[in-house]
Design a protein around this ligand. Structure first.
Ligand SMILES: C[S@@+](CC[C@H](N)C(=O)[O-])C[C@H]1O[C@@H](n2cnc3c(N)ncnc32)[C@H](O)[C@@H]1O
Length: 245
């Protein structure tokens, strides 16, 4: 078993994790479309501006596509640690080719930004930063601050844990019921709470999910140097944060 504090190893994003990605997301993530729409709508720039954008954890490009639709002139650097995700994303995003470059990098390694010399108006991410290792968190936020231009914006969603065990237990209970209903609806399978706990523990261990609290996130943003820091949205254990340099 991989220790949660080590965060995710992106190599686990292969085979069925990629081919069944959209189906799995539709089961496990409540309000994903709303979350992506909110991230996109909070970007504080003019639509005609040719933004320089970096996205961390592109996956199959769900956020990338929305950002391009709002900012068609933008130039895009994607980062993802999974070669298979990147290949699929490139295929899916080919209508934007020429405007997008995706690098295979693991942000849990200190040199993940080697060779990236541009400065960005926007750094964004969706459902990825809970794979950061505990040891890398502080440095990672400083690295993001550094690659942003003056007044550049960092906006991201990720899984968070509650600030207290007792409240975390309530989130787990609500989410368990949600998953049970979703699995029945989408896959026609009946799962007990015990089945679900077992499957999802195995999954958390495999993927290296390592969420911080909302308080930690605001602190990480402030300590990295962001002058404006905002907690934008939350639904159960998914949250959106924003920092302006
Ligand atoms: C849950 S998916 C999110 C994808 C997309 N942003 C979305 O919202 O659908 C997480 C993505 O982060 C990538 N990832 C996970 N750990 C990573 C790491 N340590 N370094 C780089 N990418 C990583 C995975 O390969 C995967 O594509």
């Amino acid at each position: 078993m991989r220790k949660p504090s080590l965060g995710g190893n992106p190599k686990v994003w292969s085979n069925e994790e990629v081919t069944q990605y959209d189906m799995m997301q539709s089961i496990v993530i409540p309000k994903k479309d709303e979350m992506l729409d909110i991230i996109t709508s909070m970007i504080p720039f003019d639509e005609n501006k040719a933004l320089k954008v970096m996205e961390i954890g592109v996956g199959l490009g769900a956020l990338t596509e929305r950002i391009f639709n709002r900012f068609p002139e933008s130039d895009f650097l994607g980062i993802d640690g999974s070669a298979q995700m990147i290949a699929n994303a490139q295929e899916r995003l080919k209508k934007f080719s020429g405007k997008i470059k995706i690098l295979e990098r693991n942000f849990n390694k200190p040199l993940w930004l080697n060779g990236v010399n541009d400065k960005f108006d926007l750094v964004c991410s969706s459902l990825t930063l809970h794979y950061l290792s505990t040891r890398r968190r502080r440095e990672f936020f400083k690295e993001i601050f550094k690659v942003l231009k003056k007044k550049g914006t960092f906006i991201y969603s990720c899984a968070v844990k509650a600030n207290s065990q007792s409240i975390q237990k309530i989130f787990v209970k609500i989410h368990r019921k949600y998953l049970r209903d979703q699995i029945l609806k989408v896959m026609g399978k009946k799962f007990t709470d015990e089945d679900l706990d077992r499957v999802f523990k195995k999954r958390r261990d495999k993927m290296g999910i390592n969420p911080a609290t909302t308080v930690d996130h605001l602190d990480l943003l402030k300590k990295a140097g962001f002058s404006k820091v905002e907690f934008i949205w939350k639904h159960r254990h998914y949250a959106i944060f924003m920092g302006v340099k």
